[in-house]
Design a protein around this ligand. Structure first.
Ligand code: GDP
Length: 364
């Protein structure tokens, strides 16, 4: 599965946010099977209204959403790259996630100490980013010499690696994160192999006080401006409210949300933003037994999408009966779509589109 790592300075609300996510997952567990929760990993359902629509049409018995994991990564402080705090532990944890959810403090509260002695979320972003970049610089400088030797020996892969390393080093020395390294799509895999912390996609979470949950505040506006500069997304959330909402029974939840001017829990927005950040795509399998959502990365072909369900499906893949979501809805389900020729037979090269309702044919 795909994982988002929650990072940020101490006391900004990471644990509060993580607890809200796990409480949400616990509340979902009754309805959704296959929910596993480890101490610092919470898997949550990705809210997707399309799944309920499909289940309604097919009169499916069960509704099984796709999931996204969040990992609570504590212990980052100024100096982490030099081993301060939980330094190395922290960096190792970040290496394992696909994307970073960076929580910043956007609330005033004299009772809660800010490690840097002032509330300034944009400066906090720089502090954390600096640690990630320093760790990357350190690791690249250690590795590049050996890679250069290998490249001189004529190894083509090593040459590509050195090229990417060099470009990352140039940026990092200018104080820019490695995610801004310009690269071709075909270099992406090699680039990922470098395992650079500052190369992971980032999403900012502005943790605001209760009164600003719907509107944001001056701090969150500053973070949004910063995010816009670098083409990133910022989500405004009140972690405390989310933690409270997550433990409310369903009916009370809607009332509470309405009272504070929200249409849905902020966590839903966060989960969806995380999903988009990872450039993921959802396809559906729909029948009377269950309607289920599955996650793949954009650009995945039909056999590999089938493999997400079962390795046998990929190995014996013959074709995929494919109905676009809109067609499935417009023509009232599989039979209706088939009648008007909207059920397509797609082969091995087909790139699955977001919202596709798929039925795989395979040989065993
Ligand atoms: P972490 O160190 O980043 O995991 O931060 P915590 O989640 O433990 O939060 C630190 C403290 O800030 C706790 O006492 C929280 O209750 C409090 N806190 C979290 N979010 C908010 C908020 O939006 N407003 C206020 N006033 N306090 C908050």
């Amino acid at each position: 599965g795909f994982k988002c790592g929650i990072v940020g300075l101490p006391n900004v609300g990471k644990s509060t946010l993580f607890n809200a996510l796990t409480a949400t997952a616990a509340a979902q567990a009754a309805n959704y099977p296959f929910c596993t929760i480890e101490p610092n990993v919470g898997e949550v359902a990705v809210p997707d209204p399309r799944l309920d629509v499909l289940a309604g049409i097919a009169k499916s018995g069960d509704i099984i959403p796709t999931r996204l994991a969040f990992v609570d990564i504590a212990g980052l402080v100024r100096g982490a790259s030099k081993g301060e705090g939980l330094g190395n532990q922290f960096l190792a944890n970040i290496r394992e996630v696909d994307a970073i959810v960076h929580v910043v403090r956007c609330f005033d509260d004299g009772d809660i100490t800010h490690v840097e002695g002032r509330v300034d979320p944009v400066a906090d972003i720089d502090t954390i980013e600096t640690e990630l970049m320093l760790a990357d610089l350190d690791s690249l400088e250690k590795r590049v010499v050996a890679a250069e030797k290998k490249a001189k020996g004529g190894d083509k892969e090593a040459k590509e690696l050195v090229d990417l390393m060099t470009r990352a080093l140039v940026l990092l020395r200018e104080g820019k994160p490695a995610r801004f390294v310009e690269r071709k799509a075909e270099d992406e895999k090699t680039f990922r192999m470098l395992g650079l912390l500052s190369s992971k996609p980032v999403l900012y979470v502005c943790n605001v006080e209760e009164g600003s949950a719907g509107t944001g505040n001056a701090y969150s506006k500053a973070v949004e401006a910063r995010a816009a500069e670098e083409g990133a997304v910022a989500v405004v959330i009140s972690a405390q409210i989310e933690a409270e909402i997550a433990v409310l029974p369903g009916e009370e939840r809607a009332e509470y949300l309405a009272a504070i001017g929200l249409e849905e829990p902020g966590l839903n927005r966060l989960i969806r933003a995380g999903y988009q950040l990872l450039d993921l795509v959802t396809f559906f399998t729909v029948g009377p037994k269950e309607a289920r959502a599955w996650t793949i990365t954009r650009g995945t072909r039909a056999p590999q999408a089938a493999g997400v369900i079962h390795t046998d499906f990929e190995r014996g893949f013959i074709r995929s009966e494919t109905i676009a979501y809109d067609d499935y809805v417009t023509y009232g389900g599989e039979a209706g779509a088939r009648d008007v020729g909207r059920l397509r037979l797609e082969g091995k090269e087909y790139v699955v589109a977001d919202g596709d309702v798929l039925h795989f044919r395979f040989a065993t």
